[in-house]
Design a protein around this ligand. Structure first.
Ligand code: FPP
Length: 283
């Protein structure tokens, strides 16, 4: 089988993706809180490790599907700063899986034009992972396809506090005056400064919270929560979330009437994808 993702896609999947693309504007940036690995495993009579292992297969499929669909930015919450408080054995397994993923996937990611980035307190990760990340980020830095960002040892509050410290230092050094601190200027101090805010935030496993993920950046993200556990999450689930996003009206605080006059010719069929699906499954 070809290593090229565009060559080894089934016709049905290609058609589904074509239909989605035709239904409107794709989210430019999708961020995912991958949750439910433990519950998936335990409910299946397995230990939690099995959930994390299968979670890697979900990562593979979602990265591939996002790239094939033409999503520009995908950010995965793989390990939070709070996750360091988990039992040592589980933390070690997660680190080993991450190492395994980077070692085995980076060539294929590179071959498919994916640019890898990592955000978080990266110096708290094992040295071997730091080295792999440096290598992978450098290898893929000129790629122009999907930007895959792994949030590792990351937390939103950690990033905001760190940014405030850097702003304060720049003010003390006379490089910045307090009046110049705008939202844009502040955001330039965050680890996410080189990626756009997420348009769509997906959380698996039915939990309805942000868990310290991209707190600043998700101010106007559309949120989609699915009951599916992460290890069972596959591209069809992603398509449902993207389709749902594409049916929404993003108002950014304005009124619906204002949005309509700003885009008089969107003429986008309310949702082409939904109409095609309805044609197949009349209610
Ligand atoms: C949450 O499930 C998941 C995690 C804390 C880790 C996610 C990691 C992976 C999917 C594998 C490695 C990732 C990459 C990018 C290679 P949970 O353990 O909190 O599940 P629970 O809420 O059911 O206990």
């Amino acid at each position: 089988m070809s290593r090229n993702w565009l060559e080894n896609q089934t016709t049905i999947d290609k058609n589904t993706q074509d239909t989605i693309r035709m239904s409107g504007i794709l989210p430019r940036h999708i961020a995912i809180i991958m949750d439910g690995n433990g519950r998936w495993a335990v409910e299946d009579g397995k230990n939690r490790t099995a959930g994390h292992e299968e979670g890697i297969n979900s990562v593979r499929d979602i990265v591939k599907a996002s790239s094939q669909l033409g999503i520009q930015f995908l950010t995965l919450y793989a390990f939070s700063i709070e996750n360091w408080k988990r039992p040592r054995t589980e933390v070690n397994i997660l680190m080993k899986l991450l190492e395994f993923y980077l070692k085995h996937e980076i060539e294929e990611l590179h071959h498919n034009n994916v640019r890898l980035l990592a955000i978080g307190k990266l110096n708290s990760l094992p040295k071997s992972i730091q080295k792999l990340l440096l290598y992978s980020i450098d290898l893929t830095k000129d790629n122009t396809g999907l930007t895959l960002t792994l949030a590792l040892s990351y937390s939103g509050r950690w990033d905001i506090v760190k940014a405030v410290q850097m702003v304060a230092l720049d003010v003390r050094r006379g490089k910045l005056s307090p009046e110049d601190i705008t939202e844009e200027r502040f955001a330039s101090y965050l680890v996410t400064h080189n990626i756009p805010d997420p348009d769509l935030l997906i959380r698996t496993s039915g939990e309805m919270r942000l868990s310290n993920f991209l707190l600043w950046e998700t101010a106007y993200s559309e949120i989609f929560i699915t009951d599916r556990y992460w290890p069972a999450y596959r591209r069809e689930d992603l398509y449902i979330a993207v389709n749902n996003y594409m049916c929404r009206e993003r108002r950014f605080g304005k009124t619906s009437a204002q949005i309509l006059t700003e885009q008089p010719d969107t003429n986008s069929p309310k949702n082409y994808f939904q109409r095609v699906m309805d044609a197949f499954n009349p209610r």
